[in-house]
Unconditional design. Structure first.
Length: 198
C-alpha cells in the first residue's frame, strides 16, 4: 500500500514540477520491463485473485514469492545506473532477506495481526502459519529473525490501516523518485527562464 501511495504522489508531483519548468513529463527509460510482468503476474494469481489463490499450497506460494522477488532484483540491477533504482534494489533485497530467513513469508506479530484485523481475537491458532492467502506468516516477535526488517511498523491514517517494513519504505522512496521523472537539465535555471519568457 505504501508503494502505491508513493507512485501516485510521485506522479502528481512530477507532473507539477515539469509544468513549472515548461517541460513535458516523461519517465526515464528502463530496460527489460518484461521482467516486471514476469515477476508480478504470478503474485497476482497466487496471492490476489480469489478464484485462483486457493489452488496453491503455502510451500508453492512461498517459493513463487521468493522467485518473484529475485526477478525484480535482477530487473533493478539491469537499471542500476538510475538513482531511483538504488533505492528500489535496496528495498527489495531487505524484504527478500527477511522473507528467506523466516521461512519464505514476511513475518508479522500476533499483536499486529489483532490490530490490523480486529475481528481476529484469538491469534494462538495462527502461530507459525500463513496469514490467510497473503504473504505474511504469524510469528512471535522473539521468534522472528531480523524483526525490524519485518512488517513491524503500523500505518493508520484516514481509515487506512496496514503494516509495512523498512524495505517497503525504501522501495517507496525509489518509486517516488522514479515517478518524478527528473533529469539534470530540467532543474537548470535556463529551463526556468525559458518558461518565464513565454
Amino acid at each position: 500500500m505504501i508503494l502505491t501511495y508513493a507512485i501516485f504522489v510521485g506522479f502528481f508531483v512530477g507532473i507539477s514540477i515539469h509544468k513549472l519548468f515548461g517541460k513535458p513529463y516523461q519517465l526515464p527509460k528502463i530496460k527489460s520491463i518484461e521482467l516486471v510482468f514476469i515477476a508480478v503476474l504470478p503474485q497476482i494469481v497466487i496471492f490476489q485473485l480469489n478464484f485462483t489463490r486457493t489452488f496453491f499450497s503455502d510451500r508453492f506460494a512461498s517459493l513463487s514469492l521468493i522467485i518473484s522477488q529475485l526477478i525484480l532484483v535482477v530487473f533493478c540491477f539491469i537499471n542500476f545506473k538510475q538513482p531511483a533504482f538504488w533505492f528500489l534494489t535496496a528495498g527489495l533485497i531487505l524484504n527478500l532477506i527477511v522473507i528467506v530467513t523466516n521461512g519464505g513469508f514476511m513475518p508479522i506479530s500476533p499483536k499486529n495481526v489483532s490490530w490490523l484485523i480486529p475481528n481476529i481475537t484469538d491469534t494462538a491458532g495462527l502461530m507459525g502459519k500463513r496469514l490467510g492467502f497473503g504473504k505474511d506468516i504469524v510469528l512471535l516477535e522473539n521468534q522472528t529473525k531480523l524483526l525490524l526488517l519485518s512488517d513491524y511498523f503500523r500505518f493508520d491514517f484516514l481509515n487506512q490501516k496496514f503494516m509495512y517494513s523498512i524495505g517497503d519504505v525504501i522501495l517507496a522512496i525509489g518509486a517516488f523518485w522514479y515517478m518524478l521523472g527528473l533529469k539534470t537539465e530540467l532543474l537548470t535555471m535556463p529551463g526556468l527562464m525559458e518558461k518565464n519568457n513565454v
